[in-house]
Every structure is written in C-alpha cells, then in structure tokens.
Ligand binder design. Structure first.
Ligand code: ATP
Ligand code: MG
Length: 204
C-alpha cells in the first residue's frame, strides 16, 4: 500500500453505520489522508457484552460497508489477534507494517476525556496523530483545554475537527431492529440486507 497518511477508524461497529462512514470521509478530507483503515475491535473490554456480535460478524458487516470505496479498507487485525483489544498494540503493529506512513487515529472528541484510561496512552500518542472530531457534545473551549493538557503531559499531537453532529448510534440501530423498525438510510443497504438475512439484533 502506497498510502503516506493513513487514517485508522476503530470501533466495535456493532453494526457499522453512516455516522462512522461519514466521519471517516470527513476526517480524510480535513487531514488530506490517502485513505482510512476500518478496524473492528476484538473484545472491547470497556463495552457491554449483552448485545455484542462476534468479531467475525462485525468484520463481515464492516467489509461490506467499505467494499465499493478504494480509499476505505477493512482490517481483521484486532479481531484476529483475539482477546481484549488495546489500541496501543494495534498502532505498534501498524507502525511496523507502514514504517514510513503517518498514522492518524480517528475518534469522536468525547474520547479525549477517556483516553487516559486506555492502556498506555503515552504509546498511543507516540505512534499517531489523534484526529478528534467533535460531534457537538463538549463545547470547543473544553476540548481545546483538554487538547493542550494532553499535549503537555504526553507530547500528544491532537488535531481537532468539527463534524456536523450526527446522533446516529449503533445502540439506536440495535434497538430499532429489536422493535422491528426500519434501519434503511442509517446503514448502507448491503449491511442492512446482511443484518436482515442473519436475523441480527432481533431477539436480544
Ligand atoms: P454504540 O452505540 O454501540 O456505543 P457507536 O455508534 O457509538 O456504538 P462505536 O463503534 O462505539 O459506535 O464508535 C466507533 C467510533 O465512531 C468512536 O470513535 C465514536 O466516537 C465514533 N462515532 C460513533 N457514532 C458516531 C456518529 N454518529 N458520528 C460521528 N462519530 C461517531
Ligand atoms: Mg459508542
């Protein structure tokens, strides 16, 4: 892969939805990235397990969602690694695979307030520029303060972008499936068809 500026969009993607895809697109344009690697998590130790589909199911949906876009690819690295997913490990591996690329880890800006609880935040900041998109939640001034604090404490390189807040969430999509409501327009059609065919999220 000849990409020099690589975005990494991590998530449980349970399921992937247009909020994720639009954020990746937006980040790509804002930071002039060559492309984005979608990285479904293995085991998310911070997430509720009750409605969690297997890694291979979430991977399959993510693959479908990006299949028609050359600058979007999907990686099975975290799902394959098994066990709990730690972002620092993923970034270390990617650094190894793409030694000459600049990595941009794309997150919702709310993550700035929890990232210090992740495993080895210093290693995360060492290997990537954090591309943090605010979705209208935290006021800009608080984000800017947090950005400065993390820069001072960890030498973090954080790029704040504003993303026209989309309140779509996977939680909502799972609820709609449970209630027998349509998820058309919320996820790509191919993903919706897959969810329907596999009866995902119906009786949880
Ligand atoms: P859940 O409802 O299960 O928590 P989610 O919709 O929040 O799922 P995640 O897989 O937890 O999706 O999110 C992965 C990444 O995408 C995170 O960095 C999160 O901040 C971001 N993200 C999630 N939903 C949106 C959205 N609607 N717009 C922009 N970013 C989003
Ligand atoms: Mg979430």
């Amino acid at each position: 892969m000849s990409w020099k500026k690589i975005g990494i969009m991590g998530g449980t993607f349970n399921p992937i939805h247009i909020g994720h895809l639009l954020l990746a697109q937006w980040a790509m344009e804002e930071a002039k990235l060559d492309g984005v690697i979608f990285m479904p998590t293995g085991n998310s130790y911070l997430k509720d397990k009750t409605e969690m589909l297997s890694g291979s199911d979430r991977l399959a949906m993510t693959r479908l969602a990006v299949q028609d876009r050359e600058c979007f690819v999907c990686s099975d690295m975290e799902v394959k690694r098994g066990g709990n997913t730690y972002t620092y490990e993923t970034l270390e591996s990617l650094r190894h695979i793409y030694p000459n690329a600049q990595l941009y880890f794309i997150v919702g800006a709310d993550c700035l307030f929890s990232i210090e609880k992740w495993y080895f935040p210093d290693k995360i900041f060492k290997h990537c520029i954090l591309l943090a998109a605010s979705r209208g939640g935290a006021p800009a001034i608080e984000l800017e303060e947090k950005r400065r604090e993390l820069a001072k404490h960890y030498g973090a390189n954080i790029l704040l972008i504003t993303f026209p807040g989309m309140e779509i969430s996977s939680t909502d999509i799972r609820r709609r499936c449970r209630e027998g409501k349509s998820i058309q327009y919320l996820v790509p059609d191919c993903v919706r068809e897959y969810i329907t065919a596999k009866h995902f999220y119906e009786n949880l």
